[in-house]
Ligand binder design. Structure first.
Ligand SMILES: [Fe+2]
Ligand SMILES: [Fe+2]
Length: 266
């Protein structure tokens, strides 16, 4: 059997668990979703309700009044933001159970960065950019869960040798997080945008929708702990009108924003 299929099949939880996530992500495919449909997902999950209230009152969204009703919170945030929060919260245990606490934080940082740059440059819808950034590395859950020790080894090789992550993953796992993620996207029947992000965030030019993939690619590189400016697609950033001399500043802005979100969702 193909190694990628074998790896994804070996993680039973990942296929059965995310019904709330898949349900929510699939609501993105419907042109109209009622607030009730969304509210039904939230209202029966107490921790989700608490987190949404905390977030809507946090500096991340910056509403002026204190909000204590979940219905008001939902209508203030709007459908898409609520969907994004549901996915970010619901995926946290999956990402953290894999022993990889950094993966969830990295996903939130890339999500917040994509949302910020999309709203700044209008290159794509900011809410879609958030979820695109959040989901990009979902395939790492499969590799990490299947063998946490070996995946930690992958991370340390990537960090110490500044190596290409997919190459190191292939060396240890005979597959990589883009392959496992692409298979998950197919099994979960994710929307085309998200499937493309997962499959092409390391190679945006191969995608039929290169702009969103390039945005995630750029923010992903920007949010690496050992940020290497030579790896970032400067031509793409130029088309967005981003000042290439101020990348460190941009990095700090995104970090600060995402830490607000991380602390409210933790
Ligand atoms: Fe990746
Ligand atoms: Fe990443």
């Amino acid at each position: 059997m193909d190694k990628t299929i074998e790896l994804v099949n070996s993680i039973k939880d990942i296929q059965a668990m995310p019904s709330v996530i898949v349900k929510t992500l699939n609501l993105m495919k419907k042109p109209t979703v009622s607030m009730k449909e969304l509210g039904d997902i939230v209202i029966y999950d107490q921790s989700l309700t608490i987190k949404i209230l905390a977030l809507v009152n946090s500096a991340y969204y910056g509403f002026s009044q204190q909000i204590s009703s979940i219905n008001i919170a939902l209508s203030l945030l709007g459908m898409v933001k609520v969907k994004n929060i549901i996915v970010a919260v619901a995926m946290k245990p999956m990402m953290s159970n894999a022993g990889d606490k950094e993966l969830w934080k990295h996903s939130i940082r890339v999500a917040a960065g994509c949302e910020y740059l999309a709203s700044l440059t209008k290159v794509m819808d900011a809410d879609e950019a958030f979820i695109a950034g959040f989901i990009h590395d979902v395939g790492k859950i499969v590799l990490h869960t299947s063998n946490p020790k070996m995946y930690n080894k992958v991370i340390s090789v990537v960090n110490t040798e500044n190596a290409d992550i997919q190459e190191v993953e292939r060396h240890y796992f005979d597959s990589d997080h883009v392959k496992t993620g692409s298979l998950l996207a197919k099994r979960w029947q994710l929307p085309i945008l998200l499937a493309n992000i997962i499959s092409y965030h390391h190679n945006p030019s191969l995608s039929s929708i290169p702009v969103p993939c390039s945005l995630v690619n750029a923010v992903d590189i920007l949010m690496q702990d050992n940020f290497n400016p030579n790896r970032i697609d400067k031509d793409f950033l130029k088309t967005l009108g981003i000042d290439l001399d101020a990348l460190e500043e941009l990095r700090n802005t995104i970090r600060t924003k995402s830490e607000l979100l991380i602390s409210e969702l933790t």
